[in-house]
Design a protein around this ligand. Structure first.
Ligand code: GLA
Length: 365
């Protein structure tokens, strides 16, 4: 047995080395991370919370990323849960961590229909407030938050997800829209720009590559540009799946938005192993959540394709941010299907790079 191994071992090693691309990186000895491989393209970010900064993901964060986004800590309900009562602790820790480590911060977000506290929309008697009052509250919030982090946050998602889910509708019938009409969008950008004229201001949304939604978003962005609203870019959330977007859809979206003179950031990238779904539902009997070799391959191919396109459009893409660090935890575990695990990121549950990681860093262009 021993001598048989002696004969076959060099052969096996040789075959194995043939399988690996020449520039295959040995992860543990290579000091470079995503941010280094993409240094001449765009910054690479990750969304995280305070608990991540106290945990064992810190070396991975520092090695891989040069931009961070607060997963929840800078949303309206987190920062101002009651009128005039601001809770800065978690957001401040994220900023401090970034500053200590020379990492940039994207602010997320200033105005959204979700995770917005109820008090915003009601007066002391519980009645709906007027447009004047709501816009004043929006201004107070945006001014407080953007001024506090002036010079420390280089870009803000100003308005998140204002387009309706129904393709036949235009703007979402949120409380913001019901009380203020379209104007809340314009005002949010103006207030943010007044508070920090140097911050880059983004409109952020999902399914931005689906043709019908792309057209509605284009219409909104064009109307903002035509009105002279201070908007610098669009955030494509990029909550994608192994099925979508297709290469052409992604290219068309990038070209269409950038034709308005806007920068593009991929703000919340993950590639789910399941088809895109939004409405919460129970897990179906027999519904598997195994990360099969076929799904792994489909995910690798999708990551390779989207990063190839990102590189090709580096003149308009200024950042790519992943939504969460590794498959150990992602918001897509349990969402929208309770009890179902997902594997959407480049690092596995042990913080090790997946094969998809190799696809992203091994490029020749
Ligand atoms: C949207 C929001 C994010 C986050 C994700 C889910 O994409 O923009 O802030 O809440 O949903 O985690």
């Amino acid at each position: 047995m021993g001598s048989v191994l002696w004969i076959y071992f060099p052969l096996i090693m040789m075959l194995n080395s043939c399988k690996s691309p020449q520039n295959m990186v040995n992860y543990s000895s290579d000091q470079r991370g995503l941010k280094d491989f993409y240094q001449s393209y765009f910054s690479i970010g990750v969304a995280l919370g305070m608990k991540d900064l106290a945990g064992n993901a810190v070396p991975l964060i520092k090695k891989q990323f040069n931009s961070i986004t607060a997963e929840n800590a800078m949303k309206m309900a987190s920062l101002q849960p009651r009128e005039g009562v601001f809770y800065w602790k978690e957001a401040d820790s994220i900023i401090n961590f970034a500053q200590r480590n020379g990492i940039k911060v994207r602010g997320h977000n200033l105005c959204w229909h979700e995770q917005a506290p109820d008090w915003l929309f009601k007066d002391h008697e519980g009645k709906e407030v007027t447009k004047t009052v709501l816009l004043q509250r929006l201004k107070t919030h945006i001014t407080a938050v953007v001024s506090r982090y002036k010079g420390k946050i280089y870009a803000w998602d100003v308005v998140n997800e204002a387009i309706d889910d129904d393709p036949k509708e235009y703007l979402r019938k949120s409380k913001w829209f019901q009380i203020c009409g379209e104007e809340f969008i314009v005002k949010a950008f103006e207030y943010a720009h007044e508070a920090d004229p140097d911050a880059k201001l983004f409109y952020n949304d999902y399914n931005t590559e689906r043709p019908e939604k792309r057209e509605r978003i284009y219409k909104l962005l064009k109307s903002l540009k035509d009105k002279g609203v201070p908007i610098d870019g669009i955030g494509l959330q990029a909550h994608w799946s192994v099925q979508e977007p297709g290469e052409d859809e992604l290219r068309t979206a990038i070209e269409s938005y950038s034709s308005l003179g806007l920068n593009i950031q991929l703000t919340e990238l993950d590639i789910s192993i399941y088809p895109w779904e939004k409405n919460k539902r129970a897990r179906r009997p027999g519904e598997s959540d195994v990360f099969t070799p076929e799904l792994e391959k489909a995910q690798r191919d999708k990551y390779a394709m989207v990063f190839k396109i990102f590189r090709q459009y580096k003149n308009v893409i200024t950042n790519v941010t992943f939504w969460n660090i590794s498959d150990r935890y992602s918001w897509l575990d349990n969402y929208p299907v309770a009890g179902r695990k997902n594997y959407p990121l480049l690092f596995d549950g042990h913080f090790q790079p997946k094969k998809a990681y190799q696809e992203v860093i091994n490029f020749k262009d």
